[in-house]
Ligand binder design. Structure first.
Ligand SMILES: [Zn+2]
Length: 246
């Protein structure tokens, strides 16, 4: 197989935090949060999401997160500065995904138009990180549905968690296709056609349709690895930066 020069070569998982949260009946759930860095064959760097902002805490009823490390610290550990990021894919503007966007004024920001318009209309859900994602120095490219951004890098519209949420498929030379489900499917056990919505999900019917779309994609593209957005138990088993998937 020949690889086009601009295609993704490396995928880094940048784990931003981990926590153990109560899940009822004395049980607990392992939760993780993260963002992702792609390096292409021609040396471009693409970031997917940017994490919880430094000026916002998660709700007070949540236990404090462990292993906290922000995106700037992760990039520095890889020898990168914020200005080295060429493109930033915004999966959605929830506070734990969009808190450092304004640190990357050189990047082209990619978002679904439906999501951008909903958030900019002043929807309260996206207010907590708004100063970071709605900063005047940032330039956005608005997408209408599934889009191939580069050879080997495609975003898929997966509404339901919120309108215009997007998931990402990255084709890697050795690993093969990797699906970053993000919050369309936060936990591995939710990746079923008849799943139910969680309180943070906006529309159960759309969420199910998006989950089925991703299940079909995994089948069709023979996806080698699916990364679930907040599955702490899964994240414990994954390669994390400075290691990478090649
Ligand atoms: Zn999230």
């Amino acid at each position: 197989m020949t690889t086009l020069p601009a295609a993704p070569q490396k995928l880094y998982l940048l784990q931003l935090s981990a926590s153990t949260v109560p899940a009822g009946a004395g049980r607990t759930l392992e939760m993780a949060s993260g963002c992702y860095l792609i390096e292409t064959g021609d040396g471009k760097h693409i970031l997917i999401d940017s994490g919880l902002p430094a000026d916002v805490q998660m709700p007070v009823d949540m236990p404090p997160a462990r292993e906290k490390k922000d995106v700037i610290e992760h990039l520095a550990a890889l020898g990168l500065r914020p200005d080295d990021i060429d493109m930033l894919i915004c999966t959605h503007f929830d506070v734990d995904h969009a808190g450092y966007h304004d640190v990357f004024p050189k990047a082209e920001f990619i978002v679904q138009r439906a999501h951008y318009e909903l958030a900019r209309s002043g929807h309260p859900r996206f207010a907590a990180a708004r100063a970071h994602w709605d900063h005047p120095v940032l330039h956005y490219r608005l997408l209408d549905g599934d889009s191939e951004l580069l050879p080997g890098l495609t975003v898929f519209e997966t509404s339901g968690h919120t309108t215009g949420h997007q998931s990402v498929l990255v084709r890697l030379p050795q690993t093969g296709p990797v699906l970053l489900a993000i919050d369309a499917v936060m936990m591995q056990h939710l990746f079923t056609p008849e799943r139910v919505a969680w309180p943070m999900d906006e529309n159960e019917e759309q969420l199910r349709a998006s989950t089925r779309k991703l299940l079909a994609l995994v089948e069709r593209e023979q996806v080698a690895l699916i990364v679930f957005g907040h599955d702490g138990a899964q994240w414990q088993t994954l390669k994390k930066a400075p290691q990478y998937y090649g």
